[in-house]
Design a protein around this ligand. Structure first.
Ligand SMILES: Cc1ncc(COP(=O)(O)O)c(C=O)c1O
Length: 396
């Protein structure tokens, strides 16, 4: 079955009691034993639960992995994966990772002696230079958050494997609809299912997907031991969201492309970050390794913090909020919001300056989104909406 069919059918034929078409919510903490030592495959919901298992099968199938563990949040997924490592191990991480990832990696260094070196993973020589005998994994996030840099997963996975290290990819920004890291050599995929997989901004959740049986078994063991498992109701909501992943991702991308083209021609915008634009330095790599460009767009306002605040306060259709990947459009300021937890030095090194605004472009009517941004960017002689629809922006 193809991806869109699998997103609807995998993990749903679970109701042996009444043959419900949709996976039931098994809202139970514990399960009755048939006899001493005999269960129907489930004994306690921290360890496993049928609704969670259905979601795990669905996500593993979409990513093309051998197994998945669904956990309480994206950060829980990262925490679980980091428990594969021990004191003295060394990781190499992309220098513009999600702020929460950096915060956790710093904590693991301080408390558990797991060292991380941050490098610009676009420079493969820098990655190779950072490798030590203790290097156990590359932590890859592509497209990066919020600047949408694209990293070559295949090249990095090959280098990682040459040095007996794991290739771990955070695939939150694209979802398996637009990128499947296992096809490019990754060993583990991380998701914040809070974002596109669920897609409706009503759940926080996460998943660790494995491409190797030994890793899948260890991650399941850790999920239970650490008590990370996602609740049945949250799993059910994500399963529900996944059924429309394909149609949503298509709409997100169509709108994001139009918004990026609009911003690219705007006099109040200094720079647009969207790999779908042909003049974006990562366009060719994105085209090669992704199935689509996704719905995230970042841009730098041509001004300072005052102008940034003006934009954030003026939007009406976009909502000023953290998170991304829901059907509604969101706007946020990475320096003071999603990336506030990132060490300021790392933030500067990654190029995340105070002019950057990040958009999660939703699936509303794109004309409303453009009008909204046009109004918010009117702190200078902004181009008009009509110009965008008929002028050079539309042809870019
Ligand atoms: C790329 C990425 N990974 C992980 C996370 C953490 O996910 P959660 O907020 O579900 O814990 C986020 C959150 O924004 C993210 O953007």
């Amino acid at each position: 079955m193809r991806l869109q069919t699998r997103s609807i059918h995998v993990g749903v034929d679970k109701d042996t009691a009444f043959n419900s078409v949709i996976t039931p919510i098994y809202q139970t903490s514990t399960f009755r034993f048939e006899d001493v030592g005999v269960t129907k495959g489930f004994d306690y919901s921290r360890t496993n639960n049928p609704t969670r298992k259905a979601l795990e099968e669905s996500i593993a199938s979409l990513e093309g992995g051998v197994g998945a563990s669904c956990v309480a949040t994206g950060m829980a997924a990262i925490t679980t994966a980091l428990h594969l490592f021990r004191n003295g191990d060394h990781l190499i991480c992309t220098h513009d990772c999600y702020g929460g990832t950096d915060r956790l990696l710093r904590t693991y260094r301080e408390q558990f002696g797991i060292e991380t070196t941050y490098v610009n993973m676009n420079r493969l020589d820098e990655v190779v230079d950072a490798i030590r005998p203790q290097t156990k994994a590359f932590w890859i996030e592509t497209p990066s958050n919020p600047l949408l840099n694209i990293i070559d997963i295949r090249a990095l996975s090959e280098i990682a494997h040459e040095h007996n290290a794991l290739s771990i990819v955070d695939n939150t920004f694209l979802s398996p609809y637009n990128q499947r890291p296992f096809e490019l050599g990754a060993d583990l995929v991380i998701h914040s299912t809070t974002k596109y997989l669920n897609g409706h901004s009503d759940v926080v959740g996460g998943a660790v997907v494995s491409n190797r049986e030994d890793l899948a078994t260890r991650i399941q063991w850790l999920t239970n031991a650490l008590g990370q498992g996602a609740s049945p109701f949250d799993c059910w909501l994500v399963l529900r969201g996944i059924k429309t992943l394909g149609p949503r991702m298509k709409e997100h991308e169509k709108n994001a492309r139009t918004v990026a083209q609009f911003l690219n021609s705007h006099t109040s915008v200094r720079r647009v970050y969207y790999p779908g634009l042909i003049d974006n330095p990562h366009h060719e790599l994105a085209k090669r390794q992704q199935y689509g460009f996704g719905g995230m767009v970042s841009f730098e306002v041509d001004g300072g913090y005052e102008e940034v605040k003006h934009v954030l306060r003026s939007v009406r259709v976009f909502t000023l909020a953290e998170s991304l990947g829901g059907v509604e459009s969101l706007v946020e300021h990475p320096c003071t919001m999603s990336h506030a937890s990132m060490h300021p030095e790392l933030r500067e090194k990654a190029g995340i300056n105070e002019r950057v605004i990040r958009l999660s472009v939703g699936i509303e009517d794109v004309a409303d989104l453009i009008e909204d941004l046009d109004r918010a960017l009117r702190f200078r002689n902004a181009i008009s909406f009509a110009e965008v629809c008929d002028g050079p922006a539309a042809r870019a």
